[in-house]
Design a protein around this ligand. Structure first.
Ligand code: 6R9
Length: 710
């Protein structure tokens, strides 16, 4: 181990593969606001007892009973073939009926979706449950009769944040057709790959949509997608195109005769038609949602109808505290699992009004979200740390200017820095909204860790305990349980099956087993207790049973045997007043193997300076230790990000190491890559930090750094 000047005693230790050094301080509890408990769905502590481990798996019947079934299940949980667990076996239902039809009598004239277009002078669209029923049925009729779609077929969507997206999803659900939505911001190439993997010959897209004040061409991506799918052996037969603006077409891409069709033209033939919903077995597939893996092709997380829908409905009710008359706004993209579970399926199953916004949060200015919240009377607000950081960066004083009142707020997608949490609490929530920090994954369908807003106090930086009926456990490298309160980090797993978990990786059962189970399971056992689910996150459990998520295990930077979690480094950097956002990556170093480099973006009104760079280094030094002192601090305009705003650290790691940046087709803002590369590499060369010859192993490490969180 290289000699690092000024090492503290705590830094002397070497860390094994699964361990991450933990430096984060425990934060104080924050109680839920007064008066919240009285109105909450989960306001009686008896609920904790009902969902205690002794009542597993029957505890989840409470969630299943929130749904309307065509036939009740015979078996709650069939765990006879681990890890292919089945919930509500023999039960039959239809997801569209649960999200639409069953609300018609009591709530037909109430809003189901409220769509806010990006241009502020455009009309907001209020879609009642009755309107939604009509639109979904007409599109389902088109899919059935024009496309010839059958139960079990796959249809890919490449749609932006428009109401046509939930309409398309629910139409598929009505027919038992499996939908696979690819985030609208992804490239056509990424879409085509996913079409090929799902063997989907039908693409539903849109000509254009608004982003940052511009109507951007989207249909062109369909051309790339078709070409890419063809390379992988799938011939796309039909491209169905919604039009963003009625009777207009805003794309350079030609409509291909016999293959491409405008949906609004076709719908005229199905006006007023109704389609009988298909009754599905609980374990039939509702949708596929792709997520990246560290290697190989993207993984299609295959979600069930009954287990998934019961889980997102129950967690929406108890954790988001959704009541049917609440106006609920999840400010995420439906192309991310958060949107599927907590914009569409969960809230609609509860019969509430779910708000969708088309554009960027800060268009035309960072007061926009708060104007929307005030105008629509939003009660529940749900977004990601990246959006919170952006709004804090660009409009730190905006929220108090607006007269909205939130009762609950959610954060999801990444660990939230305690500093940012406090701004969310004090400024956005005005100290009056309970915050839930919900930790989960595409693969898990719904929440894994969170506080129950009325019953468990918040703790900034911690998501809270495992959610109702979910029992997380932290294992060390050898599968030994890391005791809570020990301050040691390890691999977080979930001990027990739960209804929201994906069925498998689409057409890759072995990959499903290898990725999520092989590390800690007993392949010979038929007992679910021997099959903990490996989440891939590093975490630490405090004495009170609250979990802090330290980020993905493959996001760890190993400096001379000292395993540093990127999130801790970033959280330290963000304590510097001028810093709005930070990303930590490893660079290959002859002495120490790897060393940290920091990228930071500043709040507006600050110019890059040596002083800021110094402050960032000093703060990391103070908060984490000398070992973590960055080699360089780069001040950049923005970071490359995924659909959910997670920083794509492998891309900047590639830049820092003069290595290949790899696939950028799943970036939400690909244009930023070249700008950062030019800036950083020019400066590095000027300083004599010329490119090193990387070994094959080093190249691989950089190429996959943090990739599993994409
Ligand atoms: C829902 C979603 C999954 C990864 C997950 C973890 C990170 C999500 C978090 C969080 C800390 C939270 N993550 N929520 N980390 N606190 N509240 O984000 O799914 O896009 O598949 O990402 O996101 O690292 O493993 P997905």
């Amino acid at each position: 181990m290289a000699d690092v000047a000024g090492k503290s005693a705590a830094e002397e230790r070497e860390y094994s593969e699964t361990e991450i050094a933990v430096h984060w301080r425990e934060e104080e509890y924050v109680p839920p606001p007064a008066g919240f408990r009285g109105q909450a769905n989960a306001n009686d502590e008896a609920i904790l007892e009902r969902f205690s481990a002794e009542h597993f798996p029957e505890c989840f019947v409470e969630y299943a009973e929130m749904l309307t079934w065509d036939r009740r299940w015979d078996t709650v949980l069939d765990a006879s073939k681990p890890p292919f667990f089945k919930w509500w076996v023999g039960g039959r239902l239809n997801a569209c009926v649960n999200c639409v039809d069953r609300h018609l009598d009591a709530r037909g004239e109430k809003n189901a979706l409220v769509w806010v277009p990006e241009p502020e002078d455009a009309d907001i669209q209020e879609i009642t449950y009755r309107d939604l029923y009509r639109r979904v049925n007409e599109f389902a009729a088109l899919l059935k009769h024009f496309v010839g779609a059958n139960t079990g077929d796959r249809i890919t969507f490449h749609l932006p944040m428009v109401p046509e997206l939930p309409v398309s999803m629910l139409a598929c659900a009505r027919l038992g057709v499996i939908h696979s939505e690819v985030f609208g911001g992804f490239s056509g190439h990424a879409c085509g790959q996913r079409m090929a993997d799902a063997e989907s010959a039908v693409l539903v897209t849109m000509d254009a949509y608004y982003r940052n004040g511009e109507l951007i061409d989207h249909k062109t991506k369909a051309d790339d997608a078709i070409e890419e799918a063809r390379k992988d052996g799938i011939e796309v037969e039909k491209v169905l195109v919604w039009r963003r603006i009625r009777d207009e077409y805003h794309s350079q891409s030609e409509m291909v005769e016999g293959r491409d069709f405008f949906i609004d033209d076709l719908l005229k033939n199905y006006s007023g038609q109704q389609v009988e919903p298909v009754s599905l077995e609980a374990n039939d597939t509702l949708f596929i949602m792709y997520t990246s893996g560290t290697t190989g092709r993207p993984k299609g997380a295959q979600h069930s109808t009954g287990g998934y829908l019961s889980y997102v409905t129950g967690t929406s009710k108890y954790y988001q505290d959704i009541h049917p008359d609440d106006v609920y706004w999840c400010f995420a993209d439906i192309g991310w699992i958060t949107g599927h579970s907590y914009i569409v399926y969960g809230p609609l199953a509860l019969g509430t009004a779910s708000v969708m916004y088309e554009g960027v949060p800060t268009y035309p200015d960072p007061g926009r979200p708060w104007r929307i919240a005030e105008k629509l009377g939003v009660k529940i607000f749900h977004t990601a740390p990246t959006t919170i950081r952006m709004l804090r960066k660009l409009g730190p004083d905006e929220p108090p200017k607006h007269g909205y009142h939130f009762k609950t707020m959610t954060t999801v997608g990444e660990p939230i820095e305690p500093d940012v949490w406090r701004w969310y609490w004090q400024v956005v929530g005005k100290g009056q909204a309970a915050i839930t920090d919900t930790w989960w994954l595409t693969e898990t369908g719904g929440f894994l860790g969170s506080t129950l807003p009325a019953l468990q106090p918040m703790k900034p930086g911690s998501c809270g305990p495992g959610v109702l009926g979910v029992y997380p456990v932290i294992f060390d490298e050898n599968g030994q349980e890391v005791p809570k309160g020990s301050g040691k980090a390890g691999n977080i797993c979930i001990r027990n099956p739960w209804p929201g978990r994906m069925l498998t990786v689409w057409r890759q059962d072995q990959r499903f087993i290898d990725t999520y189970y092989t590390k800690y399971c007993d392949h010979n056992s038929k007992d679910w207790r021997d099959w903990p689910f490996l989440c891939g996150d590093g975490g630490v459990e405090a004495a009170d049973g609250y979990f802090r998520i330290l980020g993905r295990i493959d996001d760890v930077i190993n400096v001379a045997g000292h395993r540093l979690g990127t999130k801790e480094l970033e959280s330290a950097a963000i304590m510097v007043d001028e810093v709005a956002e930070a990303a930590a990556v490893p660079v290959v170093d002859e002495l120490r193997g790897k060393i940290v480099e920091m990228y930071v973006a500043l709040k507006p009104g600050f110019e890059p300076s040596d002083e800021i760079r110094q402050k960032v280094s000093d703060t990391i030094d103070r908060e984490i230790g000398k070992i973590a002192r960055p080699k360089n601090v780069w001040i950049v305009p923005d970071m490359p990000k995924t659909r959910s705003g997670k920083i794509m650290r492998r891309v900047i790691a590639g830049i820092s190491n003069f290595a290949d940046v790899g696939d950028t087709s799943t970036l939400a803002n690909p244009e930023i890559v070249d700008a950062i590369r030019e800036q950083v590499q020019a400066e590095k060369q000027a300083r004599g930090e010329s490119p090193k010859d990387l070994s094959q192993k080093e190249k691989e490490e950089i190429a996959t750094f943090g990739q599993s969180s994409e």
